[in-house]
Write a protein that binds this ligand. Structure first.
Ligand code: ZN
Length: 148
C-alpha cells in the first residue's frame, strides 16, 4: 500500500460518510476502490495515474458542489484526518525546499547561516540547517528563534 492508496482510501471513506448523511449517492468513482471486507484500502490495481487523476478530480468536484451542505454536517474528525493526510503528502511530494539565500537564518547549533525553511503548510512546517542538519519546527520559524 502506498501513499496514493492511503489518500484514495481516506477520500473515499470521507465521501462515503458524506453521501450517507446527505442521502445523496456517492460519485461512481468511489466504486473503483480496492477494498478488503468493505474497508477501503486504496486504488484498484487496474487504475493508472491518468485514470486516478480523472477519478480523483470527480471526487473532489462532487464534494465542492456540495460544500455548503457538507460543512453543515460538521464532520470535523474525518476532515481533520483527511486534511492532515493531504498536508503530509504535500510536504513529501509537492513542495521542494525553497531556495532564498537572503532569508537564510543562522543555525543555533553550528552557527552557519544555512537554515532554510523546507515547507510551511497552514500552521505546520519545518526548517532545516543545510550544514549540520538541525531542524526547527513551526514555533521556531514563526518566532525567529533560528536567527540565533
Ligand atoms: Zn547547523
Amino acid at each position: 500500500m502506498d501513499d496514493a492508496d492511503d489518500l484514495w482510501a481516506a477520500l473515499v471513506e470521507y465521501i462515503g460518510e458524506v453521501a450517507e448523511r446527505l442521502q445523496d449517492p456517492a460519485p461512481a468513482a468511489v466504486g473503483a476502490t480496492w477494498a478488503i471486507d468493505e474497508n477501503a484500502r486504496g486504488l484498484p490495481s487496474w487504475m493508472n495515474s491518468e485514470l486516478a487523476y480523472v477519478a480523483g478530480f470527480a471526487l473532489v468536484e462532487w464534494l465542492i458542489s456540495r460544500a455548503a451542505e457538507v460543512s453543515e454536517l460538521r464532520m470535523r474528525d474525518s476532515e481533520e484526518f483527511l486534511f492532515a493526510l493531504v498536508r503530509k503528502l504535500q510536504s513529501r511530494y509537492v513542495l521542494d525546499p525553497i531556495e532564498r539565500p537572503a532569508h537564510r537564518r543562522t543555525c543555533s547549533v553550528c552557527g552557519e547561516r544555512a537554515v532554510i525553511v523546507s515547507w510551511v503548510v497552514d500552521d505546520t512546517g519545518e526548517a532545516a540547517c543545510r550544514v549540520c542538519g538541525a531542524t526547527y519546527g513551526t514555533e521556531a520559524i514563526q518566532h525567529g528563534e533560528a536567527d540565533g
